[in-house]
Design a protein around this ligand. Sequence first.
Ligand SMILES: [Mn+2]
Length: 474
Amino acid sequence: MMNSTSRWIGKRLLHSLAPTTSTIAQSVFAKHGRSRNVWFLFGGAAAATVLATSQFLVQGEEIRARFHAGDDTAPMIQERRKLLQETIHETIHQILSFGRVSLPHYIRQSQPQCRIIRLSKEVLSSEKELLQVVHAILYKGARVDVESLVHLCHAATDVFRTEDTLLDKTTNIDMVSVVGDLHGCLSSLKSTLEMTGLLHDSDSATTTTPTSTPSNRCVVFAGDFVDRGEASLEVWTVLLLLKVAFPQQVVLLRGNHEDSKVAEVYGFAEEVQTKYQLSSHEHSDHNRSMPHVWKTLSDTFAALPIAVVTDTAFIVHGGLPSRHFKLDQLRQVTIQDRCRYNTLVRPTTSVDTLMERLLWSDPMPQPGIRRNRWRGGRGMEFGPDVTHDFLTREGLHYLVRAHEPVDAGFETVHCSNPHPTNDAVDSDETTTTTQLVTVFSAANYPNGTGTNHGAILQLYRDGTHKAIQFSYQT
Ligand SMILES: [Mn+2]
C-alpha cells in the first residue's frame, strides 16, 4: 500500500514535470503542427511518464523499507527522484526524436558479442596473463565470466585481508598518485592508468600495454569505483585484477559506494544482475544466483582498507570524523573488525561509526565540525581549523580525499593556518603549511554528460605535489 510520503513525492514529481512537458509540446506543435502523429507521440510520452512515475513510487517504497523510514532517507529519495526525472525527460526526448523507448543505461543489456574470458588459477597467479585480461577489458570490450569474477573477488580479498586498516606507505615511496571517484567510467579509468604509469604507453594508444610501476611508486584509488556509471562491473574487475597483479603498488581504498546497501540503490547491483543475467533467487548453480554473487562482492567491499598515510599526506575517501581524531584510532581497528561491515549505513558500533564518518564526510568553509547536512546526516562537515589541527598534530601537509565532483578534477581548500592572531608573530614557531585537496577522476561526470575535468594528484616525497587534468574520451 502506498503511504503518504510516496504519494507526496509522486505528486511533486508530476507537478515538476508538467512545465517541461508543456514546453516540449509547444515547440513540437510549432514545428510539426497538430498532426495525428504528433498526438500519437504525446500519448506515448504520457503513458511512459505514468509508467515511470509508478515505477518510482514502488522504488520509493523499497528504499524506505531498506533504510527503515526516517528523516535521513530524504536525500536518498531525492537522488532517486532526480535520477527518475532525468530518465523520464530522456524517455520523452527519445519518443519525440525516434518514436521508441530504450531502457536507462544502467539496465541496458550488454552486447551479446562481448568477449567473455575465463580466469584459470594459472592466470590468477601470472602477472603477465592478468595484464592481458586488463588490456582485453579496457581496449577490446571483453568481460570475465561470473565464475571468474567470484574467484577474482576471493583472490583480491585474500590480499586486502593482509592490509592494515590504515595502510602505511611512508617507507621507500618517492611518489604516490591519488585517483578520485571513478563511478563506473571506464574511459576515465583508462586515462588515470595511462597517467599513473600503470599502463605503459609504448608505440601508440592502440598498443598500450599494462606494466608494473617501479616499486618506489604507488597508486592509491580513493574509493567510489562503482555506481552511477554504465561500466562499474568493468571498472571494478580491472581494479581487482591490478590489485592481484601488483599488491604493493596498487592500493584500493573503500568509498561510501563500496557498500552492499548503497550499491543496491545506485546501480551496481542492477548492472551486475543484468550483465550476467543472474537469477534473483537461490539457484542450483550457486554462481548464477544474485544473492550469492552479491554476497561475494559485498564481502570484497568490506575487506577494503580505509585510509593511507604517507610521509606528507593522509588519504581517505571522505574526510575527518571528529575534532580530535588521531591516526592511532584507525590503527587500532583490526583487519577482522573492519571486515565485519558489508554496509556502513546506520552504524551501531564505534568501529563502523568511525569508518562511516571517514567515508562520508565533507569539508566546509566555516570553522567547526557538525553532522553533515548534505548526505542525509551521514558523516560530518568539518572546517579549516579541524583540518589544520589534525595535520599539524600528525606532522602532515595534506589531507587528500575524493567524494565530491569538482570542475577542474581537483580543488584545494582549507589552506594553511586558519587561526589568525593579532599577537606579534612568534618567530621561533615554525607553522606547518597545510591544505586539503579534493580529487575527482570521473571526467564529464556522470557518464560523459557533465562538464567537469577528471584529475589525478601526484604527491612527492619532498612535500611538493602536482595535479594532472584530463577530459572524457569517447
Ligand atoms: Mn563518495
